[in-house]
Design a protein around this ligand. Structure first.
Ligand SMILES: [Zn+2]
Length: 58
């Protein structure tokens, strides 16, 4: 029975990770901010490129 709890947790985590892919092309999303997939820097939702490393979605 204990294993069922573990399976649910893993499935929730899987969905959460997939959910990060649904935003603007290329950007990760975290707490209503865009996160650079290259350096992990956080930016406002209207950012078009990373001000930390210069990455931008193409
Ligand atoms: Zn960056």
């Amino acid at each position: 029975m204990a294993s069922a709890q573990t399976d649910d947790d893993m499935f929730d985590e899987f969905l959460a990770q997939r959910g990060h892919e649904t935003g603007a092309a290329g950007w990760e999303e975290s707490y209503n901010k865009k996160q650079c997939p290259d350096c992990g820097g956080l930016h406002a939702s209207d950012a078009t490129e990373c001000s930390v490393c210069g990455w931008s979605p193409v």
